[in-house]
Ligand binder design. Structure first.
Ligand SMILES: Cc1cc2nc3c(=O)[nH]c(=O)nc-3n(C[C@H](O)[C@H](O)[C@H](O)COP(=O)(O)O)c2cc1C
Length: 187
């Protein structure tokens, strides 16, 4: 059994992109029961503003150690990120910078989210670059979500279940392929 983490990046009051994280959790449970799935919610983790990488911290917090362990133990990750002023939220960069070797060769698929029509399309390049720089393996697939408030309800149920599942199938397939390839090469 592989483990897939869904990183929900938004810590904003009344956030909506978390709906997409919930959708992926539901989608994977229904369509890929063989995979273990967990949401890593940066709002719940509430990391302080970055002061030092985990490996250089003298007395790291338990939640930081647990976060690192989860990243290492996972075979693949979906990052759900909103777009703020053309970029990704500080909460996400804060969490990425905390770790380093833990991200290496980790297959990561990115879902961008916005309340408008452009689906957070401007955030993808900058986030891809940061993940490439930290030596993770950015999966060449997209799951852009426009109009998030009308596209999903608060429980992550999509308005267009069939169409959304079809897009998720292609996106998740790419992630699973990369996870499998990575596992074969790592043996
Ligand atoms: C500070 C801020 C900046 C934003 N900038 C953009 C933007 O550049 N492009 C865009 O499409 N939406 C932008 N939005 C709208 C967000 O896409 C929308 O609020 C979305 O729901 C964000 O995800 P969240 O609700 O999980 O925080 C911005 C929202 C905030 C709060």
């Amino acid at each position: 059994m592989s483990k897939i983490l869904i990183i929900s990046s938004s810590v904003r009051t009344n956030r909506n992109s978390h709906r997409v994280a919930l959708y992926f959790q539901n989608y994977l449970a229904e369509n890929h029961a063989g995979e273990e799935v967990e949401i890593v919610d940066l709002d719940k983790l509430n990391f302080p503003i970055f002061e030092e990488r985990l490996s250089y911290q003298k007395s790291p917090a338990k939640k930081t150690l647990e976060f690192a362990e989860k990243i290492v133990a996972s075979q693949g990750i979906i990052i759900v990120t909103p777009e703020y002023n053309g970029g990704y939220p500080a909460s996400l960069k804060n969490a990425i910078d905390l770790l380093h070797p833990e991200w290496r060769r980790k297959p990561i698929a990115i879902s961008t989210v916005s309340s408008g029509a452009f689906a957070g399309s401007q955030v993808i390049i900058s986030l891809q670059f940061v993940l490439w720089k930290i030596r993770s393996w950015v999966v060449p697939a997209q799951f852009p979500v426009p109009n998030v408030e009308t596209a999903f309800d608060e429980n992550g149920i999509p308005t267009d279940q069939k169409g959304t599942d079809k897009r998720a199938e292609n996106f998740v397939d790419e992630l699973l392929w990369c996870m499998e390839a990575n596992e074969k090469m790592s043996k």
